[in-house]
Design a protein around this ligand. Structure first.
Ligand code: PLP
Length: 362
């Protein structure tokens, strides 16, 4: 199988696997005071320090969660403080579901947030909590987060950044971005599923209200025994992940092959993650393409979500104004270990699929 669905889950990195196994073999709860508990505590704090150093936060301001869905929800509920919420139109459902009444910040045709609209929204009412992702999971589009953070500061707003797809693929530093909080997910950067984190800027650390109370873990900010093997794997993966720059030539080769077969590259005008491309093949339903490529041994995903047997165009592509083309889009996302051969196999399968679909339509 050729796995080109890294934005769903990255393959486990060997460093992460080793760290998970080592933690699994060591008993002990970080809250226990005996030697085994203290060893577990050291492992937990080492992971916290690794993530803090890697992503520009203070170790005491890293809150471990079960994943990024929880980290996004913790930021929105825990830093909301009764504020109104403004959310980018292409945010992940983890954000959308946690802020159902959010005012929507529009994007342009390449998926980039409209900063003039953000400034108008910020000026139009009381202090807000703004949610703007660093890189989009469907298109790879990178948002102007540093500029948005400056606007937010000027208007007394907080800025939560979902950095799930950016982490390990481009520089991510909470302090340098100037954001209030940052959500991360282990399995999106080559660690195991089951761990994530919310990183807080110092001024947010005192303001955060917990979502899950319990035994006082995570300084009272997230109750529950932390999943140490997953957290150890998360930190090891984060330390091993550089950026995805080396994947750019492979992604470009995949795009060139798809274009030659009739595809349109969505969001090509915007700065994008080096591992992600969203390809629309006019007239070919996304689910038909996913199945055809799966039969050819290529794992990719649709740029559209299926619900109740119907395929709904993705809100991301709809916000970009793609209309019917949105139903014809697939996402190809290269994992950290993608090879030239993977891309050659994808190119051959894509060309054969496009030719078959064109023959059928003729
Ligand atoms: N945010 C983005 C941008 C994502 O792509 C995802 C997962 O697809 C999430 C949040 C949720 O992450 P998790 O699977 O860790 O809950």
């Amino acid at each position: 199988m050729v796995y080109l669905d890294a934005n769903a889950s990255e393959p486990l990195r060997p460093e992460a696997r080793a760290a998970v196994l080592a933690a699994l073999e060591s008993p002990g709860n970080p809250s226990s005071i005996h030697a085994a508990g203290r060893a577990a505590r050291r492992r937990l704090e080492a992971a916290r320090e690794t993530l803090a150093a890697r992503f520009g936060a203070a170790p005491e301001d890293v809150v471990f969660t079960s994943g990024a869905t929880e980290a996004d929800a913790l930021a929105i509920h825990g830093l909301g403080d009764g504020r109104r919420v403004i959310a980018g139109a292409t945010e992940h459902d983890a954000v959308r579901a946690a802020a159902p009444g959010a005012e929507i910040l529009p994007v342009d045709g390449a998926g980039v947030a409209d900063l003039a609209a953000l400034e108008r929204l910020l000026a139009s009412g009381p202090p807000a909590l703004v949610c703007l992702m660093l890189a989009n999971n469907e298109t790879g589009t990178i948002q102007p987060v540093t500029a948005a953070a400056a606007l937010c500061r000027r208007h007394g707003a907080r800025l939560h950044v979902d950095a799930v797809q950016a982490a390990g693929r481009m520089p991510v530093d909470l302090g340098a971005l100037g954001a209030t909080s940052l959500a991360l997910s282990s399995h999106k950067l080559g660690g195991p599923a089951g761990a994530g984190a919310l990183l807080l800027a110092p001024e947010a650390a005192a303001a955060l209200a917990p979502l899950i109370r319990g035994g006082g873990q995570e300084r009272g900010r997230r109750g529950g025994t932390p999943p140490l093997p997953a957290i150890a794997g998360f930190a090891a993966a984060a330390a091993a992940a550089g950026d995805a720059a080396a994947l750019a030539p492979l992604r470009d080769a995949a795009e060139a092959a798809a274009r030659a077969a009739g595809a349109v590259v969505i969001g090509a005008a915007a700065p994008r993650l080096a591992n992600t491309t969203c390809l629309a093949l006019p007239g070919a339903a996304a689910e038909t393409q996913v199945i055809a490529l799966d039969l050819a041994g290529i794992a990719i995903s649709a740029g559209a979500a299926c619900s109740s047997g119907k395929v709904a165009a993705s809100h991301v592509l709809a916000a970009m104004g793609l209309g019917e083309l949105a139903r014809c889009a697939i996402r190809v996302s290269l994992p950290w270990n993608a090879t030239d051969t993977d891309i050659a196999d994808f190119a051959a399968a894509y060309a054969a699929m496009a030719a078959r679909i064109a023959r059928r339509a003729a």
